[in-house]
Structure formats: structure tokens, C-alpha cells
Design a binder for this molecule. Structure first.
Ligand SMILES: [Zn+2]
Length: 419
């Protein structure tokens, strides 16, 4: 709506008076409290960490109609503005977990609840399910998970277009593939499909070894999307898998221990990992029940090998430990020596950039969706266990307090007990 003031410079006084009368009439027709409010919600007085905008200070975040409108100190609430007190809390773009298992169908008995276990009730505003569904199950995934969740749910379709026979490797038979269906499914659903998931390991590829990885690369290139490659026990060799990947592809489970991961037994990253990194391949944590080893994480830090994104690989087999939650996984990074802003970056902007949505989902820029996480870093002895069941005692935990999804505040956070 144009305001009388805008009109004053352009139109006659008569026109101004007519407009003013129209504004008054409109005001009378609307609830009084909403009039003149610049914000529906102000997140007030938190330490805002927004790596995209190089921000790390105490400011307010103003939100209107589900979008961020202003980030500045001293924002003034109107009569109808809700003020959410964030003093003593960190405020970041909403956490993003690109590796969760939330599609409960077929043999996906490992799925957890998208909102309660992986999403907004754990402080995470965007999740992706990589490969829990096949292309021939995508419609069910959209209907039953994406459309029914408060959390934004995205996916990487499994390179296998069809589900395997019970007891057989997921990608071990020619009959499970249908490149035409896979490519068409991604092409038609790029609003929510970020690419193709391939499990580049002996257990999943069987005698087809590197073939599923090659098929995933083809489908991703044809659709302009990303491969997310799970790495594991050879064959195929990790070197062969890394050599297949290109710019924008993602290796998940990057802190797996030898002999399954990207490090030699002496701790050095394999040369192909450096080459892949230079080539634009990105590295995602994917903790899970078997894919996060303290020793591998420390190898990466020692050799300055980067982590681009934090993800949990949360499913029924990891949610009761060693993963527990996204926040508890963040605490592991603090324990390894990450600073709070570094930890926030790999939990927000990092994963958002991996799916080409850096500014849109990974920042608090004006005009972007109001997805935020308000959290505290608690000084508390916390048992932190890796996937090899090696426990270390951390002195901090990361706990979400409120989650804001498209401007809506959710405050009933599920925090795993201190162990
Ligand atoms: Zn997984």
C-alpha cells in the first residue's frame, strides 16, 4: 500500500486528502493492534552470528510476514509485535542438517520423525533425507514427509530408482536402476530435490563396485544438481570414488576412520581428497552410528583439511547415541576446538551453500525466510561418544532454546539428557 507521505511529493493536496481518507477507512476495518507495526516479531538482545553477513554482535532481528526485515540494534516493537527475549542466547540462521533419515516406508524402518527427532523440535529448520527414498517412492516422500512437516524437508533421491529385494545390497543389481526415471524425477522436483545419493561402498554396491557412483554422477550432471556420496568399505576404493566426483558434489561421512575414509592409516588425507577439494568437492560430516571417528576429525584438523557442513545422519540406530541430536553433534566440534562462529558456519551457511541456497537459507539477510535458531552454549560436563564408541568428556553442550520457522516460534525443544 502506498502511504500518503509518498504521494505528497507527487500529487496534489486534493489527491493526498483522498488517499488519507482511504487509509483511515482501511485502518478502521483492520484490528487496531496491527496498525503501524513494522514487525510481527522481534528477537531481542541476542548475540547474532551470521557468517554470510560477517555479523557477530548483540543486535535485534525484526521479522514480518515470515521474512527477516531488519537486523539492527534498538528495534522498536509496535502494539502487536511479539518480542522474544534472546538475552544470553546466540541467534543464528536456522540450523541445516543435510543427512537425516525421515522417510518411513519400505525397509526404511530406520526413519525418525522429521519434526520431533530431526527438525524444528531439535533446533533444526531445514533437513534433507539423502537416499531414504527411491525415485519411484518420491511422490510418497513428498506427500507423507515434505508436505506434512513444519521443518523444511529436502531430499537427494537414491541412485537406485527402485527398492532392492529384501536382504540384497541397495545398489547391487542392474534391475534397481532406471536412469530415465531418476533424472526425470529430479528435473521435475528441483524445488525439493538437491541431487542424487549414492552409497559408494562394498555393502551397498555389491559386485557393481563403482557403477552406482558413475550413474549418480550422470544423473547429477544431467539435472544440474549434486551427488552426495556415502563412503565406506572398499570396493570401490575411496580414491576411485573421489576421482569420479566433480565441482559441487558432496562426500558425506568425511570423518570416517581408516580404512573406510579419506585418510591414510598414518593420518594424512589421501592425495585424491586434496585433488577433489581443489576441484570443488565438498565434505560433510554425516555422523551416524558408524561414521564419526575422533581420530579422523583430528587428522583433518591436523592437516588443515576442511569440514564444510555438519550433519547428523540421525536415524533409529544413532538417535539414542552416539548422535543424540544436532546440538550434541555441534558440541563435539567445540570439543575439537572449533569456535562458536566456526561451529555456526558449518551448521548454517556451509550446508546452505552446498545446496546453492547460501543467502536464502544460510543467512539473516533482509528479505530472506525467517528461519532462525536461538541456542545456548552450556558449561556442563558432557560425555561425547564417537561412532567407534570412544567417549571423551566435553565441558560444554549446545542446546537449542527456540526455533523460528518462517516467522513462527517453536519453543518446546527436545534436549538429550547430559550423559
Ligand atoms: Zn545415512
Amino acid at each position: 500500500m502506498t502511504t500518503p507521505r509518498n504521494h505528497l511529493s507527487q500529487f496534489s493536496r486534493r489527491s493526498f486528502l483522498q488517499d488519507a481518507a482511504a487509509v483511515l477507512a482501511l485502518a478502521a476495518a483492520q484490528p487496531l493492534a496491527a496498525q503501524g507495526d513494522d514487525f510481527d516479531l522481534i528477537v531481542s538482545g541476542g548475540t547474532v552470528i551470521d557468517p554470510y553477513n560477517a555479523l557477530n554482535k548483540v543486535v535485534d532481528v525484526g521479522i514480518k510476514a515470515g521474512k527477516i526485515t531488519q537486523v539492527a540494534g534498538g528495534l522498536k516493537p509496535g502494539a502487536g509485535t511479539r518480542v522474544l527475549d534472546a538475552q544470553g542466547l546466540y541467534v543464528s540462521p536456522g540450523w541445516i542438517d543435510l543427512h537425516t533419515h525421515v522417510f518411513a516406508a519400505g525397509d526404511s524402518a530406520e526413519a525418525v520423525h522429521p519434526d520431533r527427532d530431526a527438525g524444528v523440535y531439535t533446533g533444526v529448520t531445514t533437513i534433507a533425507d539423502p537416499g531414504g527414498f527411491r525415485s519411484d517412492e518420491f511422490d510418497a516422500f513428498r506427500r507423507d514427509v515434505i508436505d506434512k512437516s513444519v521443518t523444511r524437508v529436502l531430499g537427494f533421491t537414491n541412485v537406485a530408482a527402485h527398492r532392492q529385494k529384501p536382504g540384497e545390497p541397495m545398489q547391487g543389481e542392474w534391475s534397481v536402476f532406471d536412469q530415465e526415471l531418476t533424472i526425470n524425477t529430479i528435473a521435475k522436483n528441483k524445488d525439493v530435490l538437491m541431487g542424487v545419493k549414492v552409497l559408494s561402498s562394498n555393502r551397498h554396491a555389491g559386485n557393481l563396485a563403482l557403477t552406482p557412483t558413475k550413474l549418480a554422477v550422470q544423473a547429477a550432471r544431467e539435472t544440474g544438481t549434486h551427488v552426495m556420496a556415502h563412503i565406506g568399505m572398499a570396493p570401490p576404493l575411496i580414491q576411485e570414488v573421489l576421482n569420479q566426483l566433480g565441482p559441487g558434489d558432496i562426500v558425506t561421512h568425511c570423518f570416517k576412520g581408516f580404512p573406510m575414509g579419506i585418510f591414510h592409516s598414518d593420518g594424512r588425507p589421501v592425495p585424491e581428497a586434496w585433488k577433489a577439494l581443489e576441484h570443488g568437492v565438498r565434505f560433510d560430516l554425516g555422523h551416524g552410528a558408524g561414521s564419526f571417528a575422533w581420530i579422523a576429525a583430528r587428522n583433518a584438523l591436523k592437516h588443515n583439511f576442511p569440514l564444510h557442513s555438519l550433519s547428523t545422519d540421525i536415524h533409529r540406530g544413532s538417535i539414542k547415541g552416539p548422535v543424540w541430536s544436532y546440538g550434541r553433534t555441534m558440541a563435539k566440534l567445540l570439543h575439537l576446538g572449533f569456535t562458536v562462529p566456526e561451529m555456526v558456519k558449518v551448521s548454517t551457511l556451509g550446508p546452505a551453500e552446498l545446496i546453492d541456497r547460501g543467502r536464502e537459507l544460510g543467512s539473516l539477510s533482509a528479505g530472506t525466510v525467517a528461519d532462525l535458531t536461538l541456542f545456548r552454549v552450556v558449561d556442563q560436563k558432557t560425555t561425547l561418544t564417537d561412532s567407534l564408541r570412544n567417549s571423551e568428556t566435553g565441558d560444554r553442550d549446545v542446546q537449542p532454546v527456540h526455533c523460528i520457522r518462517a516467522g513462527k516460534v517453536i519453543s518446546e525443544m527436545k534436549i538429550p539428557a547430559a550423559t
